[in-house]
Design a protein around this ligand. Structure first.
Ligand code: FE2
Ligand code: FE2
Length: 470
């Protein structure tokens, strides 16, 4: 197990002290990162003491340390999972050959683009969430928001390390650009659409951490398979942190549903107007938020048919999540039937990997749905929350811009436009959700639209002061 050296300016387990040039380059980038955090990170909470976990080792048994930290003093560092001795490439045309410890020249620009695109999402989400602290439903939630934020900051470090260490001057320039683009900026937006969408409320935050961070999980899982070993090791450790982000989303939505069910029982009604008047979020509105954020995240996997996906896989740059679960790791000569707007089509499997990934992502998304629906069922209600199909509200690929219902049926454009208001949040919904967003910061207290969590953080009681605002 490689331990992390905290005496250094940049905590790391990559022996940074032995590579002075790289160390100097990253120490040059560090103040730029801190400046970005100051300007674009969570607003107004820099002096708060936040009960955060910080990575202190990459050991599966106890890799994190918990304690009160001012966010700007968080020890963002570079942590790679331990190397697998003699690791071999696990898929693609070079399967069985030794994994790459350096970037092969012919894949340099593609690998750089993949790393930059992943890296861009990390600070983007921090920017999207920067105002949420002002409307937190509890100190527990405020702490979780900040935990997610500092870890997305660390994920940026993870990608910037790869750019600096393996991509020379181009990599250093890309690292600067990662701080120059901003979420929603008219001139210099973030690369992917979902990461430019504004996030004004906590229901959106929970949906984002549930759906969009889960896309992150799937991207990281596919990079964890990469033949480029430093990328694989970086992503394997990032996945450890990522699990918490989805926990925040899953339990957040679950607590919203729980509170709504309590209010429904109390009032003896499922009338959305009466539930809303009581300060809870009716389930149809929850469904519309799920539809919105799930479909927005579906595009992140790219087009159904993609020559890039074929190249990335065949070359060994990017595998499928959990590659070992499959029997065939080369996929030459394989094909798959995909449903296209004009009927079923036979597509070479290598070109359909985005869709394979998207479908396994959707299956992973079902886990939370099952749990929330069990709550609803136990409360004696017939309504069930559902996921839209992968064809709903797409902006990329053959289904882009087509009038498809959440169930996946191609319908008339007029019908689609009329019904869309029932499928995704309306302005009225958004205004209602906004009206619930008030800061609750008394230790142990919760906003009225969300139930308390089942337990506190790191075995602490729920009443613990997870954020000391002074
Ligand atoms: Fe991340
Ligand atoms: Fe995340």
């Amino acid at each position: 197990m490689s331990s992390i050296n905290y005496a250094e300016k940049i905590p790391n387990n990559v022996n940074l002290a032995n590579d002075r040039t790289l160390q100097r380059a990253l120490e040059h980038w560090q103040p730029h990162f801190l400046q970005w955090w100051h300007e674009m990170g969570p607003t107004d909470f820099e002096s708060a003491d936040v009960y955060l976990r910080t990575a202190v080792s990459v050991d599966a048994q106890g890799w994190a340390h918990y304690g009160a930290v001012h966010m700007p003093d968080y020890r963002w560092g570079i942590f790679l999972a331990d190397a697998v001795p003699d690791r071999k490439i696990g898929f693609g045309d070079q399967m069985g050959a030794p994994a790459w410890q350096q970037v092969p020249g012919e894949y340099r620009s593609t690998l750089r683009r993949l790393i930059v695109t992943q890296g861009d999402t990390e600070p983007a989400s921090v920017e999207q969430q920067r105002m949420l602290g002002h409307t937190c439903p509890s100190l527990y939630d405020l702490r979780n928001l900040f935990q997610v934020n500092v870890e997305e900051g660390r994920h940026l470090w993870a990608m910037v390390y790869l750019l600096h260490a393996y991509f020379g001057r181009d990599g250093r320039e890309e690292a600067e650009e990662l701080l120059a683009r901003h979420s929603g900026d008219a001139d210099k937006p973030r690369i992917l659409t979902t990461f430019n969408e504004p996030m004004r409320d906590w229901l959106s935050f929970f949906c984002f951490t549930y759906f969009t961070d889960r896309d992150g999980k799937y991207q990281l899982k596919s990079f964890a398979e990469s033949a480029f070993d430093p990328l694989s090791r970086t992503c394997r450790f990032m996945l450890t942190e990522e699990a918490h982000h989805m926990f925040v989303g899953e339990t957040g939505i679950s607590r919203v549903v729980k509170r709504t069910l309590e209010v429904m029982k109390e009032l003896g009604t499922d009338d959305p107007a009466r539930i809303r008047a009581h300060g809870a979020i009716d389930l149809p509105t929850v469904q519309r938020y799920l539809n919105y954020w799930c479909s927005s995240s579906l595009d992140l996997f790219g087009s159904e048919i993609s020559s890039n996906s074929a190249t990335n896989f065949a070359s060994g740059m990017k595998g499928r999540p959990d590659e070992t679960q499959y029997e065939d790791h080369v996929l030459r000569g394989k094909s798959i039937k995909l449903l296209m707007p004009d009927g079923e089509q036979d597509v070479p499997m290598l070109n359909a990997l985005n869709e394979v990934m998207r479908e396994s992502y959707l299956r992973d998304c079902e886990i939370g749905l099952k749990r929330w629906n069990r709550q609803i069922e136990r409360a004696g209600h017939a309504l069930r929350l559902t996921l839209p199909t992968s064809r709903f509200r797409r902006s990329i690929g053959p289904w882009a811009g087509l009038p498809v219902s959440p169930e996946g049926k191609l319908i008339a454009k007029e019908e689609y436009e009329k019904k869309l208001r029932a499928w995704i949040p309306t302005e009225t919904d958004q205004a209602f959700i906004q009206s619930l967003m008030h800061k609750v910061v008394a230790p142990g207290k919760m906003a009225g639209w969300i139930a308390p969590p089942e337990r506190g953080i790191n075995n602490l009681p729920l009443e613990y002061e997870y954020v000391n605002l002074h």
